[in-house]
Design a protein around this ligand. Structure first.
Ligand SMILES: Cc1ncc(COP(=O)(O)O)c(C=O)c1O
Length: 362
């Protein structure tokens, strides 16, 4: 089981499981930008020995300033963290919700963070019949919105790829609920202004938006994310954060990549084309593909394939191709896998390995 430690992209576990060197895998199980880190990252690394002997800026001033410029918000509305994962944990510890509603399937860390604080979880199961959209559960979600309760929602949601309609968030907030929107993959959405709740989060003390910089800039090794909210509410969260949580390399890389406009444009245009192409190619093999606004696809294995997600993951792994067994997300059964969208030659490799698995079984 490749998700032994809870996530995709675990090359060491794959190496142990398949006896193939970690660097030889083509990894579709974690959702990184396939262009790899932008050129400025190399430049930062080249000069890093000059500053490694100093403590990082405990207030992350340079990066917060650049993020504030990017989003046109006040830098005091931003707290930077050691990956979005740290901020999910921190916001739950800061809010200490008695009751949290999750729309499943969703990212495992929401439930894990809540369980650690002893809070109760109310799960609303999204339906495959309407592509796992939250909007089709609008009434149900609003009914669950007791004053003071918390909602943790992904937009785009992992693993479904579906965006949350901001109207739904407004409806939950108007009923007195707290809402954390995890926008870890929002940079991949070209019309982000239509969907991101960052600006509202700077004005509403019950709304928080979490962003990750690790996926879009393909730097998961450095851990970098940020949370946006009202400065007053964020100060409680900062008190819970360990000092120097964001190391200086992460801060420097974060500042550098925000200038990479050509990289960002190339990524957005690649994704539009490649997502359409890969969706059609998977459908031609008999897979059902959930519509996605992100750089990954939730895919259903053909019914007549005689393969469960874990079996398919195993067969693909033997060929050096890693996919996510999505049945490990609560709310999905053994017919679901999740696949990152990569560059064309890698996607072709994925399709070849998938057809091979299907032909062995049929
Ligand atoms: C939906 C979602 N949120 C947050 C994270 C954590 O991101 P980071 O690498 O910034 O900690 C992930 C990582 O996979 C994710 O899928």
């Amino acid at each position: 089981m490749l998700e032994r430690y809870g996530h995709g992209g675990d090359l060491r576990t794959a190496e142990e499981a398949f006896d193939i060197p970690a660097q030889k895998f083509v990894d579709f199980s974690s959702n990184m930008n396939p262009f790899g880190p932008p050129p400025s990252v190399k430049e930062v690394l080249h000069h890093y020995t000059e500053t490694i002997g100093q403590y990082p800026d405990p207030a992350v001033r340079g990066l917060r300033r650049k993020l504030a410029e990017k989003h046109d918000i006040d830098e005091n509305s931003i707290v930077v963290g050691n990956g979005a994962a740290e901020l999910i944990d921190l916001i739950v510890r800061a809010l200490q919700p008695k009751l949290t509603t999750l729309a499943i399937p969703c990212f495992d860390e929401y439930g894990d963070a809540i369980r650690k604080t002893g809070g109760a979880i109310y799960e609303i199961k999204l339906s495959e019949h309407n592509h796992f959209t939250l909007h089709s559960n609008f009434e149900h979600l609003c009914e669950a919105a007791a004053a003071g309760s918390l909602f943790m929602l992904g937009s785009p949601n992992n693993p479904t790829g579906q965006l949350v309609d901001p109207e739904l968030i407004h409806a939950l907030l108007s009923r007195g609920a707290y809402v954390v929107v995890d926008e870890a993959f929002m940079d991949f959405v070209p019309d982000e202004a239509k969907y991101s709740l960052i600006h509202e989060a700077t004005r509403n003390e019950r709304l928080f938006v979490i962003r990750s910089m690790t996926k879009f800039y393909s730097v998961p090794g450095i851990r970098l994310g940020y949370i946006v909210g009202m400065p007053r509410t964020l100060s409680g969260l900062k008190r819970l954060q360990i000092p120097w949580s964001v190391n200086s390399l992460a801060q420097l890389i974060g500042e550098a990549v925000l200038d990479e406009t050509e990289y960002a444009e190339r990524t957005l245009s690649w994704l539009q084309d490649e997502r359409t192409w890969l969706t059609s190619a998977l459908q031609a093999l008999g897979f059902e593909v959930n519509p996605s606004a992100a750089n990954y696809l939730l895919v259903r294995i053909p019914r007549n394939a005689g393969l469960s997600a874990s079996m398919l993951q195993l067969e693909m792994g033997k060929q050096g191709v890693l996919i996510r067994d999505a049945s490990r997300f609560p709310g999905l059964d053994h017919t679901y896998i999740r696949i990152a969208i990569k560059l064309r030659t890698q996607n072709e490799q994925l399709l070849m390995a998938l057809s091979k698995c299907l032909s062995i079984r049929r």
